[in-house]
Design a binder for this molecule. Structure first.
Ligand SMILES: [Zn+2]
Length: 267
């Protein structure tokens, strides 16, 4: 099994994120945060490779964060693969992003809400071009779910980026809730568009998709398993069993749990 969406942050940032959830949500986050313990937790659930990310919520922090992400990946001996972060207000975004890719990052994470940016920001054009050129991918949390259901036409932003960068691999986090059906439609037009299952299917999740799971059936090749571990307010097993419960064949579930990600990560 491959988990395409997990989080590792430097200790002080992780402590601040946990504090934010205590003060601003009713999420009870109890899973470990230290990278070795997070990796061990994932291994114990049968994960054999995972992708992890952090995010620069303000300018002038991404370059240092990327160095930490690459170093943390090295300390995990290839078990965890890092996504870089950028902030469009920074000078030299293109330069430090290229450096992050050279240091081992395999693409980019964008969290539109936390970073207060849009994926189609013109200042990110060269970054998207470079991700496409290197065969990486961008994992994007579109809009401000679960705190607002209004994504201001998130699928429109994704379509405009893909129209300009047709070779860019894009993974929409959280099944693109609440715009899942619009993204599924877009996969017909764009061969490099994927959705991850992170927190969108398990019954107790605050991000649960309200769609008929039958709608996902034709799209098993475009769906990747993800969890948000260790920042999810319910047990990891519930993320797994929710995907197991989809009305799909064993072969289709293998695509979601492993084979689609292996192809994307070129494993
Ligand atoms: Zn996440």
């Amino acid at each position: 099994m491959i988990d395409i969406h997990t989080h590792l942050h430097p200790p002080r940032l992780f402590a601040a994120i946990r504090r934010w959830f205590v003060e601003n949500s009713d999420w009870k986050l109890t899973q470990p945060t230290e990278p070795g313990e997070v990796a061990q937790g994932l291994r114990s659930h049968g994960v054999k490779q995972f992708v992890f990310c952090s995010y620069a919520h303000k300018p002038a922090m991404a370059e240092e964060l990327n160095a930490w992400l690459a170093q943390t990946a090295r300390s995990l001996d290839g078990f965890g693969l890092p996504l870089a972060t950028v902030h469009p207000d920074d000078e030299n975004v293109d330069g430090y992003y290229e450096k992050a890719l050279s240091a081992g990052c395999i693409g980019l994470k964008i969290h539109e809400d936390v970073q207060k940016i849009n994926i189609d920001d013109p200042r990110l054009e060269a970054v998207h071009a470079l991700t496409a050129e290197r065969g990486g991918f961008v994992l994007v949390h579109v809009g401000a779910i679960p705190f607002s259901d209004n994504t201001n036409n998130g699928p429109g932003r994704i379509a405009s980026v893909l129209a300009r960068h047709p070779r860019l691999n894009v993974v929409i986090a959280h099944l693109g809730v609440p715009d899942t059906l619009a993204y599924l439609d877009l996969t017909e037009k764009f061969d490099n568009l994927y959705l991850d299952t992170t927190m969108a299917l398990s019954s107790r999740s605050p991000l649960r998709a309200s769609l008929d799971p039958m709608r996902l059936v034709p799209y098993a090749r475009r769906i990747l398993f993800g969890s948000d571990y260790p920042n999810l307010p319910h047990p990891y097993e519930e993320e797994v069993s929710a995907v197991q419960a989809l009305p799909l064949s064993d072969g289709e579930k293998r695509l979601i749990f492993e084979e689609n990600a292996a192809k994307l990560l070129k494993l």
